[in-house]
Design a protein around this ligand. Sequence first.
Ligand SMILES: *Cc1c(COP(=O)(O)O)cnc(C)c1O
Length: 334
Amino acid sequence: MIGVVTPIDLRSDTVTRPDEQMRRAMAAAEVGDDVLDHDPTMAALEERVAALLGVEAALWVPSGSMGNLIALFLHLRRGDRFLAPLGAHVLDAELGTAAWLAGGMPHALHSLTPEAVVAAGGGESPYYGLRSSLLCLENTHNASGGTLTSAAGHEALVAAARSVGLAVHLDGARLWNASVALGVPLTALTAGVDTVQVCLSKGLGAPVGSVVAGSAAFVVEARRVRKMLGGGVRQGGVLAAAGLVALDRIDRLAEDHANAAALAAGLRALGWDVPAPETNIVLASVPELDKTLLVLREAGVLASPMAGKVRFVTHGDVTAADITEVLHRVREAA
Ligand SMILES: *Cc1c(COP(=O)(O)O)cnc(C)c1O
């Protein structure tokens, strides 16, 4: 129809749709009742992710939020304080479940440094003082614009947490992006953590699914909590099969990073205030957030609000040509 533009959707890397290959794998998946017997395809996915992350065991969960919640639920006693970087998904985007269901007292770290971890998490406190028990990391950091923690930075943070007796959970929703952008294996970014959560449904393109991982003993308990939360599924192999296909697509994330860099450079050339992205998330500072999102939408470019800025996320359903078209539409709309 003349005058109707197909929107280019950069709201999130969760908007990808499973392609033919993925749908065929889902249709053909070998399945069983996972609650009764452990579905074979889910078991295969969990084993593969555990090996990639360098941990003993892993558990498929329907969402990253549930993966994080299960980990926090098992790490925290009621009323324990946990530390997380300002803007962390567990603090701002999980409906308060870290407090409501896991019983944690959140403490946001305004700067995520080993010194800040030691200062906030350590030290003697009187018997009526808060007990700190967990550091929750996030790599890449969504609200900061998909920013990276290097392997050395990660190691220093984990060492700081350990030095004051904190356990460590890593929200690695986009840990794949971090591994590709830094050119290091995933194991370099999970070193020393107790538990880690990774999403299959972001840049890797699965329609559903995350994995929470750690020691074998953790996964035994995590399976019980997943069931409590309503996350025990039956023939989940249909979903896990998509995850197995997704894991073959980790290297492709480099394209998303290149597209994000091109988008940021193009926006800067148009006078926008946009730092160079480190991975697949571009954050633009604008004077009027709501108005800018509306103008973009009318021009056929979908973006989302994040930390008071416009967030554009590149993903597998967006090509380099689409980015050129986005920049064209933004220029026309201005
Ligand atoms: C997307 C995301 C999650 C999990 O989100 P779900 O929508 O529950 O799968 C967790 N942490 C971060 C940083 C995320 O971006």
